[in-house]
Each structure stands twice: as C-alpha cells, then as structure tokens.
Design a binder for this molecule. Structure first.
Ligand code: WTA
Length: 656
C-alpha cells in the first residue's frame, strides 16, 4: 500500500511512574511480555484459564475454541452462564451495599444505586418482560436516555436471554425503524423524553413514528420510562409505563442459563456499503474480553470510581458502562448530559464531586473542552484521578498533552484504546503500569491479541510502513456474525482481498514505529469518523439522493478541529443549477433532511453544488479528487481520465 505514509513524528515518551507500576495489575514491561508469551505459547490454554477464573459458569465448558466453521468461531461453546448473574448476583454475597452506579442527571440530581438495589430493579423488569411472554432469543430494542434505567433494561434482557439492540437516542425515526425491522424486535424500551444539555428530545414520539408502518407489526410491547412527564400519545394495546409495568413484579428472577455462544446483543454500526450492520456478540467471550480489559488496561481496583462518558448507544457504553464495570463489581458514574452544559467545567465538576479515579472519554470531547476552557480544569480539585483513557478516534498529540498535563496533572497515565464495535473490547492499548506512552499511539496489543499490519497479500510490513490492521488469531470477544447476513460478515471482515481471508480485517490502516508501537492512521474504507461516531458515506449519500430535488450525491470527510472529521457533501440537483439566493435555502433543507433520515450527527457541515460530479469515463465518481477539493487542496493529480474535468472548478468553493 505505497500511498499510506505517515507524517506524524512524535518523540515524547512517558514511562510509568514507580508509584503507579508498583500497584498495577500488570506491574512491568516484563510482566506484560510474560503474559504475551504465555498466550503465544498456547493460545487456547491462555484463554481457557482466564475464562475459568473470570466467569461464574453454571455449567463449565470442556471445549475452548471451535474453529471448524471458521470464520464463524465459537468459544467455550458447551459451557453455560448468564451475563446478568455475573454482573449482579455474583456480588450480592460480598458487597450488596456497595454503590454500583452514581447517577447524575442533566440538571444535577444525584441517585445512587447499590448492587442490591440494581439487582432488584433488573429482576423486576426481567419478571415483567417475562410476564408478557418475552423470552430467550427474542429481540428487544432499547432507545433510552443515559440513565440507570438504560443499564437496567440491558441487564434485564441479558437476565432472560433476550437479545438487546440498543439504538443511540440521537438516531432518527427512520434509522430506528430500519433497526427494529432488521432485528425483528418484539418489544421496544424507551422513555417519554430524553434531556441533554437542557434540551428535550421526544423519544416516544420518534418510536411512534418508527412503528407507524405495518412492517413492524411484530412489535407487541413498548415500555415507556417516565423521564419528564411530557404529554405523550399512548396506545393502550401496546404501550405500558415502566413504573406501572414493574410495580408488582417480583424482586427475584432466576436467570436464564444460556450457552456461551448465545447472542448477548446486536449493535448496528456503519459499514462502507449498504445499510447498517447488526454486529452480533456472544455471551461468554464478550464478557471475558470486557473483564480482562478492565483489569489489564483500566487497572481496575475495588476502590476505584470509574467513569466512562460514552452513551450506551455505542459499543463503548456497552462494554465499559453496562457490562465491564458491573462484572468487576465496580462503582461507576453515569451522566445523563453533555460536557458543555451548563458550562465547559461540567466534566471536571463531576470528577471532583464524585472523586472519580478512572476517566475514559473521547478525543472529540477533549478537543471541544480545550477550545471552550483550556484552563478550566485548574479550578477543580482533580486529585482523585489516577488513570485517564481515550477512545473512538486517533487522539492528536497536542490534545493528549493537554489531557495529560491539565487534567491528569502529569501524574496519570493515559490509555489510548484502539478497538471497534466488532472486537467487543480493547485490542491495542497500553497496560498503564507496564508500557511507556507516546502521545498519539495506542502502543501495543493486549496479551492474546495477535494484531499485525500487513499488505494485501497478508505479509507483515516492516516497521515504519503503513498497511492494513488485522488480527491474525481468533479471540473470545470478537464479532460472531452480522445479524441475518452471514455472507456480508465474511466479506466485510475476512475479505479475500487482504491476506486471502485468513485474518480479521479491521478496516483501519496503521503502522508501527521503529520500536514496534502501533499508530492508527484512519479507515481504509468509506467510513467517516465524526466525533468518534462511525458514519458510512454511502448511508449519507443514499439519504441525500432520497430527497426529491437531488439527482446525485457524493460524501467525503474533511479534517475538522473538534470533530475529527466533518461531513462534506457534493450534490447535483435535478433541474437547473441553483441561483446564489437558492443555495442557502436548499442547503438548509438538505441538512435538515439528513438529520431526519439518519440523525443530527450525520448532517453535512458543508454542501457544494455542481452540474455534475467528477467521474471517470466509466462513470465512477473520483472520491479522491473530492477529498482534495473538500480540503481546499490544489488538484495536482492527473485528471486526464476524467470525463468532465471542467466540473472541478465549479466544486472548488462552497459558495459557488
Ligand atoms: C476508530 C469504538 C484511533 C477506528 C470503540 C476504528 C480509533 C473505529 C481508536 C471503531 C483509537 C477507535 N485510536 N482510532 N484509540 N478507537 N478508533 O466501532 O477507526 O464506534 O475502526 O468503536 O474507530 O469505531 P467503533
């Protein structure tokens, strides 16, 4: 892949402090290497031992890995367990009164829920769902605000063996409909409204719209959590209030014991083509991945106050809010709001107030907080912090340094964690007591994770050269398949084009520096990373083209100071090329249209209109050129293969 060259040169290095290492779960580089060597030596025994130690099995497994149907791998498949039992019941004897969740609402209300309390809440909802004949294997869509109830809903599904599919509260009715439809959900759990940054979002209204078509008639129950008391439409045949529904439900609910491979959840994510993919995860392998990473990377200690700011609508909120921390018996913070409301000190205030020790957030949030108040952290007492984390996109070294100095006061290691919806848990990230950090590098793979950088033929590239980031050996927390589309699963992740289909292909490009550190360079497919959220260019293009006035559209990303990437759309309208006065109006219309079709996160930042798009003679859109145009770069590439080179001039400026 000769075109992938890295321009980033970072020479700063931060070794773990003795004070930190001496207490760390992986206390030295040698200890890290020993774990890697153990896995290298006998991968199956390595994982078997950990699965025995970490998981409370109802029935022990005898088989570790079944790879006869590769790439449909199965782990621990004859074992039986329940994930909710592992997250809740397991702690009742030893620490029932420990606070599991410190919840802070958008407007500052604080609710504490102990393991005892959380267990009861989960059992009640689980019993109520069962009373409506919702059982093992049924799909339940969760469309909830970031509150204790969202976690309760997920855990209740896990308890009865129902497969949840959480849809982020920022997605539109159309996106929600598509996911409900694809999953064949029998129930939806939602709230009357969501409140974030002082603004209300009418979740139930959106659910009603999503369910208005006959093709979702299989949804027979909608459970509505009352968040604001807003006046909502109620369909008595289908809708129930959460509080009424659970009022008389029993406080004990025997967990449904499921096989290790039973799907715990599906979660939809963007790919380069077609509709969103329902990534399907297992029960045991997934649980093991979240637990090991809690210990190795977050260096979990029982006295920690853990805070991952991700919404449960994303994988990070699954693994490091709803499952990982609870499986460890941790105390964690859940926050309903946004980092900048009522002001840009909100995160620091929460850390101070709840004495957070481990703080895990996204580069986009860090960048926006630098912009709005680079000195604000100084005004808060942040001495409880001992570890910081970053996820979702590459963190630029300057943002890393600010996070390290201003928030961590140069005392706290930063774990930059590379992973994906599909990997379920961290893949490449530093064990903080063992590995010297370089700002912007996610450092080294976790023990047992055979991450590598290869060329198209699947050969390792030498250090310093870019290539495809792959994982060579199967690992327990990996994606099992795409819901209802096993062919697409094989094509998307075990592509014959790279390494002949032998490896898990991540879709990212990366390189290793001279010391073997991994540096992520970006996606190799048509997926954008906007504020850490994955968006397929295809999805946005399809949404634009669905508008009656749009003939053709192409979407590319452009580097953005805060969001990482911004969405730039090139649009050809039906009929006449618009007049200058019309452009503002049609731009507004199309942006709102995309927000309605997909969700506000997908709104193009900029729309440029042209009479055509740059195409090759065979009609293929030259995205490479569009990317250069979006960045405002001079076109130096050869454009002689273009059918219509004159069009470039027209697309050069947003206002033309
Ligand atoms: C990107 C989020 C660089 C990457 C957990 C990946 C990162 C995609 C990092 C997955 C990181 C995630 N450094 N890039 N630390 N973490 N990415 O599925 O492109 O929402 O493929 O999972 O985010 O996004 P997803």
């Amino acid at each position: 892949m000769p075109t992938i060259e890295s321009i980033l040169k970072e020479t700063r290095i931060f070794s773990p402090a003795k004070e930190f290492s001496s207490k760390a779960n992986i206390p030295s580089f040698e200890a890290y290497q020993a774990l890697c060597a153990e896995a290298e030596d006998d991968n199956l025994s390595f994982w078997a031992k950990r699965a025995q130690e970490q998981i409370a099995w109802h029935k022990p497994f005898t088989q570790v890995l079944n790879d006869r149907m590769a790439p449909f791998f199965q782990w621990f498949s004859d074992g039986e367990l329940n994930v909710s039992y592992n997250c809740l019941d397991r702690h009742l004897e030893t620490q029932a009164d420990k606070v599991a969740i410190i919840f802070e609402s958008d407007d500052g209300e604080i609710i504490r829920s102990t393991y005892h309390d959380l267990h009861q809440r989960v059992c009640k909802l689980a019993n109520a769902l069962k009373s409506q004949n919702i059982n093992k294997g049924d799909r339940v869509v969760i469309y909830m605000p970031m509150r204790i109830e969202a976690v309760v809903a997920m855990q209740a599904c896990a308890r009865i063996g129902a497969i949840h599919s959480v849809v982020f509260g920022g997605f539109s009715a159309k996106s929600l409909h598509e996911r409900i439809q694809d999953a064949g959900a029998v129930a939806v759990i939602t709230a009357d409204e969501q409140v974030r940054g002082g603004k209300r979002n009418p979740l139930k209204l959106i659910v009603d719209e999503a369910l208005s078509k006959a093709d979702t008639a299989f949804v027979r129950l909608v459970v509505v959590y009352q968040r604001t008391g807003a006046d909502i439409r109620f369909d008595p045949a289908r809708d129930v209030w959460w509080h009424e529904f659970t009022e008389n439900a029993g406080l004990q609910c025997e967990p449904e014991w499921v096989g290790a491979e039973h799907p715990l959840f599906t979660l939809y994510t963007s790919g380069s083509t077609g509709k969103p993919k329902g990534v399907q995860h297992s029960s045991a392998g997934y649980l093991l991945g979240t637990k090991e990473s809690m210990q190795w990377i977050f260096d979990y200690k029982p006295a920690d106050v853990f805070w991952c700011t991700a919404d449960v609508g994303w994988i990070t909120g699954h693994s490091y809010v709803a499952y990982g921390p609870l499986a460890m018996g941790a105390t964690q913070v859940i926050f309903e709001g946004i980092p900048t409301y009522p002001n840009a000190g909100r995160f620091w205030e929460i850390i101070q107030k709840h004495k957070v020790t481990t703080f895990y957030t996204a580069p986009t949030a860090i960048r926006s907080l630098i912009k709005l108040g680079a000195d604000l952290p100084e005004q808060y007492e942040l001495s409880s912090l001992r570890l910081l984390g970053s996820v979702g996109e590459p963190i630029n070294p300057e943002a890393w340094m600010w996070f390290y100095e201003k928030v961590g006061r140069s005392r706290c290691p930063i774990v930059d964690t590379w992973w994906q919806t599909e990997t379920g848990s961290h893949m490449i990230a530093p064990a903080p007591g063992a590995i010297a950090l370089k700002p912007g590098s996610c450092t080294f793979p976790l023990p047992g994770i055979s991450a590598a950088i290869v060329d198209e033929a699947g050969h390792d590239v030498e250090n310093g050269k870019g290539g495809f980031l792959v994982i060579k050996k199967p690992f327990p927390s990996q994606i099992r398949t795409l819901w209802g589309d096993s062919e697409r699963f094989k094509e998307a992740y075990f592509s014959k084009d790279i390494g002949c289909g032998k490896y898990y292909v991540s879709g990212d490009s990366a390189y290793r520096d001279i010391e073997g550190y991994f540096w992520i360079m970006g996606r190799t497919d048509d997926v954008l990373n906007v504020s850490g959220h994955r968006l397929g260019t295809m999805e946005i293009e399809s949404a634009l083209v669905a508008h009656p006035s749009v003939a053709e559209a192409a979407v590319v990303g452009k580097p953005h100071e805060i969001k990482g990437e911004a969405v730039i759309a090139f649009v050809v309208l039906k009929g006449q090329y618009p007049h200058a006065e019309e452009i503002t109006q049609i731009t507004h219309t199309l942006r709102e249209w995309v927000a309605k079709e997909i969700g506000p996160i997908a709104k193009p930042d900029e729309i440029r209109f042209g009479e055509n798009l740059p195409k090759t003679r065979s009609g293929k859109i030259m995205r490479r050129l569009l990317r250069s145009l979006a960045k405002g770069e001079e076109i130096t590439q050869d454009v002689s293969t273009l059918e219509n080179p004159a069009i470039l001039e027209q697309l050069k400026y947003p206002e033309k």
